[in-house]
Design a protein around this ligand. Structure first.
Ligand code: GLU
Length: 514
C-alpha cells in the first residue's frame, strides 16, 4: 500500500523533500488527436515535479478508444514532448518495470481486476438495455432529478449474473458506489474537495464486449505503476471521486491529485480553435522556439515568482511545486505568446537559430540543404541582419526574400518607390555612389562586420563631403537593393548581396527610377 503523503483539511502545503518515498508521476495522453497545449502543460508539470523530486516520470498511452486512437497521433504526441525537452524514464520506446505502457496491451490485467472486484462485491453486472436506461433517465429528468443509473441490477446474485452472461446475455460491469458517506480529495491545488457519494453514479467499468473504460483503466494502471502524484486538467476533477472510491475498493490509497486550472482564452472562455491554435504542433509549425513554448505554457497557472517572466526548463525543475499552481487565472494570450517567442529568438545562439530557421528557408524554396551547408556563414549573417525584426523562425523567409529575386525583378513596394522618387537627384546620386562604392564593395564578406562597418562610415563621410542629404542616397538605394522602405541595415544588405548583385541592382534602379 502506498503511504499517505498528505491529508489535510485546508489548502495543502508542500510535501517535505526529506520523504524517502520515490515520487512517481505520469503523463497519460490519449492518442486521439495531436498534443493539445493543455496536455503539453500537464506533461511539463508532471515531468518537472518528478525531476525536481528525484523521482520517476512515466509515459502511459491511453489508447483504449480504438476507433479514435492512431499510431500517427501517438507518434506526434511523443515527438511533441521530445521537442519540448521532456524525456520519460518508463514508457513506450523505453520500457520499464511495469510494462506494457500502452493500455490496449494491458487488457488481461484489467479483466483480472474486474473479476476480482465482482467476486468481492465491489462491482456487478448490469443487464439493463439502452432503452430502459433512456426511460429511467427521462423519468428522472421529468421529476427534476439528476439523471443516473437507478441501480436496478445491484441486487442480482453474482452466480446468477455469471450464468446469464455465459448464456450470451449482454452486460456491462458497474462499480458499486458505497451508499452514503463522502469522498474527500485532498487536492494539491484546491485543498480538500468533498463529493457526497450519493452524487456518484454506479459508473461503468467495462462495456458489454468486455472493453474497460477510462476511469477503470486509469486506476488499475496508476496503482500497478505505483503512481504517487497525478497532476492533470481540472476537467478530470469529476472523475476523481470515482477513481478514489475504486482505489479504496482495491484496498489501496489513491495517489495525491493536483487539478490544474483550465486554460482560457483572453475572452475567459475555454480555449478553442476560435481563439487561436490549440495544438502544440501548430506552434511548432509556425516557428515558435520550443523554449518559449515551455516558458509560456508554464505561466498558465504557475509562476516562478512575482516578477520573473522569462525562465527556462531548468528553472521550472528547480522550483516547480504543485501547491504553487493557482486555482484559476490561466489565461492564454496569443499576443503575449508571440512577444515571448521574439524574446527567445532575439537572444538565441546563432548556430541554433540557423539550424531552426533552415527548414523554413528550404520550405520557401530559397536555399537547399546543400546550399545551406556550403554557405553557412552567409546564411548566419543573413539571419543576423534580420533577427531583431522577426519573432518566429517562419518569419525569416519573407524578410530574406529580396536576396533571392533576380536583380532586374526586385519588387518595389509602393511606399519605397514613392520615397525614392521624391528624391529629385536620385539618378545622379545613385550613379555617383555606384562609381565611388564599386571598388569598396568588391569581396565584401557579410560576416566581416568590421569591414561592413567601415563601409557604412565611409559612405556617411562621402555623403557629407558631397553635400548630399541622407534620404537622397538612402531612399533610392534601399528601393533599388531591397524594394522595401525599411528593413535590414543597408550595408548588411549590400554585403549579403555581394558586389555583383549590388551593382546590377543599382544599375537596374537607375533605369527603373529614372
Ligand atoms: N487519458 C486521459 C486524457 O488524455 C488522462 C487523464 C488522466 O491523467 O488521468 O485526458
Amino acid at each position: 500500500m502506498l503511504p499517505r503523503l498528505f491529508f489535510g483539511n485546508s489548502r495543502p502545503r508542500a510535501v517535505p523533500k526529506t520523504t524517502n518515498v520515490t515520487f512517481r508521476l505520469r503523463y497519460a495522453p490519449s492518442p486521439t488527436g495531436y498534443l493539445h497545449i493543455g496536455g503539453a502543460r500537464t506533461a511539463l508539470f508532471n515531468w518537472a515535479y518528478a525531476r525536481r523530486m528525484g523521482g520517476v516520470f512515466v509515459l502511459r498511452v491511453e489508447d483504449t478508444d480504438r476507433a479514435r486512437s492512431t499510431d500517427e497521433y501517438e507518434a506526434a504526441i511523443l515527438d511533441g514532448m521530445r521537442w519540448l525537452g521532456i524525456d520519460w524514464d518508463e514508457g513506450p520506446g523505453v520500457g520499464g518495470p511495469f510494462e506494457p505502457y500502452r493500455q490496449t496491451e494491458r487488457f488481461d490485467r484489467y479483466a483480472a481486476v474486474r473479476e476480482r472486484l465482482i467476486d468481492e462485491g465491489h462491482a456487478y453486472r448490469c443487464f439493463c438495455s439502452a432503452e430502459r436506461l433512456t426511460e429511467v433517465r427521462d423519468a428522472q429528468r421529468a421529476a427534476g432529478d439528476t439523471p443516473r443509473y437507478d441501480r436496478a441490477c445491484r441486487g442480482i446474485d453474482a452466480a446468477e449474473a455469471r450464468r446469464r452472461v455465459e448464456a450470451g446475455e449482454p452486460a456491462v460491469v458497474r462499480f458499486r458506489v458505497p451508499e452514503g458517506g463522502e469522498t474527500v480529495i485532498p487536492d494539491l491545488v484546491s485543498g480538500d474537495v468533498t463529493f457526497s457519494n450519493t452524487e456518484v453514479d454506479d459508473w461503468i467499468m467495462a462495456r458489454p464486449d468486455g472493453s474497460p473504460t477510462y476511469n477503470f483503466c486509469v486506476v488499475c494502471d496508476d496503482s500497478d505503476m505505483q503512481i504517487t502524484h497525478v497532476l492533470r486538467g481540472e476537467e478530470h476533477l469529476t472523475n476523481t471521486p470515482k477513481q478514489v472510491l475504486l482505489f479504496r475498493a482495491l484496498g489501496l490509497e489513491p495517489p495525491l491529485y493536483a487539478h490544474l486550472p483550465l486554460m482560457l482564452g483572453t475572452d475567459k472562455k475555454k480555449l478553442s480553435k476560435r481563439t487561436g491554435d490549440t495544438s502544440l504542433q501548430d506552434y511548432r509549425a509556425k516557428g515558435y522556439p520550443p523554449e518559449a513554448v515551455v516558458n509560456f505554457l508554464c505561466l498558465q497557472g504557475w509562476s516562478l515568482d512575482d516578477k520573473t517572466t522569462i525562465f527556462s526548463l531548468a528553472d521550472l525543475v528547480a522550483n516547480f511545486e504543485p501547491t504553487g499552481v493557482s486555482r484559476g487565472g490561466a489565461i492564454f494570450d496569443p499576443e503575449k505568446f508571440l512577444w515571448m517567442a521574439g524574446e527567445y529568438l532575439h537572444a538565441e545562439d546563432i548556430e541554433s537559430l540557423a539550424e531552426r530557421c533552415a527548414p523554413f528557408v528550404i520550405e520557401a524554396g530559397q536555399m537547399t540543404a546543400d546550399e545551406l551547408s556550403e554557405r553557412g556563414a552567409w546564411f548566419r549573417a543573413a539571419i543576423e541582419s534580420e533577427r531583431e525584426r522577426i519573432r518566429l523562425y517562419s518569419e525569416l523567409p519573407a524578410r530574406l526574400a529580396y536576396l533571392f529575386v533576380p536583380d532586374d525583378a526586385v519588387v518595389y513596394e509602393e511606399k519605397a518607390e514613392k520615397n525614392a522618387r521624391k528624391q529629385e537627384e536620385r539618378v545622379t546620386v545613385l550613379r555617383a555612389f555606384l562609381d565611388w562604392a564599386a571598388p569598396q564593395i568588391e569581396g565584401l564578406d557579410p560576416s566581416d562586420t568590421a569591414r561592413v562597418a567601415t563601409l557604412r562610415d565611409a559612405t556617411r563621410d562621402w555623403v557629407k563631403e558631397n553635400d548630399i542629404k541622407f534620404p537622397t542616397l538612402f531612399q533610392p538605394l534601399r528601393c533599388a537593393l531591397t524594394g522595401a522602405s525599411g528593413g535590414a541595415d543597408l550595408f548588411d544588405s549590400i554585403a549579403l548581396l555581394g558586389a555583383q548583385h549590388t551593382k546590377r541592382r543599382i544599375e537596374a534602379g537607375i533605369t527603373r527610377l529614372a
